[in-house]
Ligand binder design. Structure first.
Ligand SMILES: *Cc1c(COP(=O)(O)O)cnc(C)c1O
Length: 282
């Protein structure tokens, strides 16, 4: 059945979709809800990468799935192929939308222009931002013709939407990244960085447990909370990384780094790991 009785969106645990009222409500993370209650209704949270859970959550009011193909803040966790393809199939079966949040993993970061390409699926709606403006603040929402049917002139707008300066910034980025040679370079640099990291962490089994991600969106998993280590690298070794969920820190370098930058990075990371005092368990 189609129509306005369907408003529920199924989202996934440890997702991050931003800080508007709706996207705070779309996340199950209580630390984000604090101080912003009451939330918008209509969001159901299911375990990430749990296709059976997603299937069980679909009901008569379900309008869409909303998912990051690679969870960013949640710990650089790529969804499995079976999960993404299964969500696409479920959405088709029930006549609901598959909405992808590629704000962090999109725009060449994962080694393809958008991560969904690696799953062999096509979303109905997709959010893109972060890398889109190469540092200029801009975001966009893409939709298929069918999904955009209701969004006619006058239904939605934004004071700064479509401003020519932002569009020029996007075009400049696009001219560089929407290019098979550039994307191949991101993939090979990503593989190089990943295998270098994998080799390195073998020297510190007490600190690190693995590397995951796609392209130049990599996460290093630690045996304990990452924030103290990230602060240590910043304060003592001049290295900027970002902590994420699930005891993981993010390695998301500029997409045009070369061997020299990887070497500098690894030197700093090695020095940081060697000088790090692991916090004692309380
Ligand atoms: C950064 C990000 C957003 C947007 O976050 P804002 O704080 O609202 O700018 C949305 N989704 C994902 C996956 C992100 O990484």
């Amino acid at each position: 059945s189609q129509g306005s009785d369907r408003f529920e969106i199924i989202t996934f645990k440890n997702a991050f979709h931003g800080r508007t009222m709706a996207t705070i409500s779309a996340s199950n993370q209580e630390k984000m809800h604090k101080s912003f209650l009451p939330l918008l209704e209509g969001f159901k949270y299911v375990d990430f990468d749990d296709l059976e859970g997603a299937k069980a959550a679909v009901g008569p009011k379900t309008a869409a799935f909303l998912v990051e193909p690679i969870q960013g803040e949640g710990g650089v966790r790529p969804a499995s192929d079976a999960f993404m393809q299964g969500l696409r199939a479920l959405a088709d079966e029930h006549g609901i939308m598959l909405i992808l949040d590629e704000v962090q993993c999109g725009v060449a970061r994962s080694g393809t222009l958008y991560a969904y390409e690696q799953y062999g699926i096509i979303p109905d709606i997709m959010a893109t931002a972060k890398g889109l403006g190469g540092g200029f603040p801009v975001g966009a929402c893409l939709a298929t013709e069918e999904a955009a049917r209701g969004m006619v002139v006058g239904t939605h707008g934004s004071t700064y939407g479509g401003n020519p300066f932002a569009m020029a910034a996007c075009q400049a980025v696009w001219d560089v990244v929407a290019n098979e040679e550039f994307l191949a370079q991101v993939r090979s640099t990503g593989e190089k960085l990943r295998s270098t990291l994998e080799q390195f962490i073998g020297n510190y089994p007490d600190l690190f447990t693995g590397v995951r991600g796609k392209g130049l969106m990599l996460g290093v998993m630690m045996t304990h909370e990452t924030r103290a280590f990230v602060a240590h690298l910043r304060d003592n070794h001049g290295l900027l990384l970002v902590a994420a969920g699930d005891n993981t820190f993010r390695v998301l370098p500029p997409l045009n780094i070369g061997d020299a930058e990887i070497q500098t990075f690894m030197e700093k990371l090695s020095a940081g790991a060697a000088s790090y005092q692991m916090p004692q368990a309380a």
